[in-house]
Design a protein around this ligand. Sequence first.
Ligand SMILES: [Fe+2]
Length: 174
Amino acid sequence: MSVEYIKQKFPELDRIQDAELREKVAATFAEAMRLGGWEDFDGVPFTLIVDTLGEDMVAHVRQVTKLAIAVAEARDDLDMDLIVAGAILHDVGKLLEYERKADGTVGKSANGIILRHPVSGAGLAMVMGLPEKIVHIIAAHSKEGEFVKRIPEAVVIFHCDFIDFEICKSKQGL
Ligand SMILES: [Fe+2]
């Protein structure tokens, strides 16, 4: 899948000032699509754990990115490029953790049964040459992050991700 498709789906990429970083983020998403065999993001949920109420992976990633940008704008001690790149890529491993089944539904892939998306996403980001702090944000955005010391930008992504997830659950009385 083309980098142009990624840029169209995630307009927040434009908020990344460092042009090389911006291209690497888009290229990493495109590579995840290729590795996961995705033609497009249509109907890909952001989680398989609860009903997403129609919120797909793209909408979730954009929501988390916008929340994280808002937090960074309200403060003066965060690196905006790290915030935006980390937020856009935090769930990139889901393209490896999930797969489209023959009946068109999305479920866990063989990869996803043994590697959760923070691990596969961090591994891919490392291979794609992204900065160590971006790899860290991806690796530490969920419970895996309890085993390391999160950098400030990773703290923001971790909480913004859960704000979106928990609100989705709350709407369903969960
Ligand atoms: Fe997420």
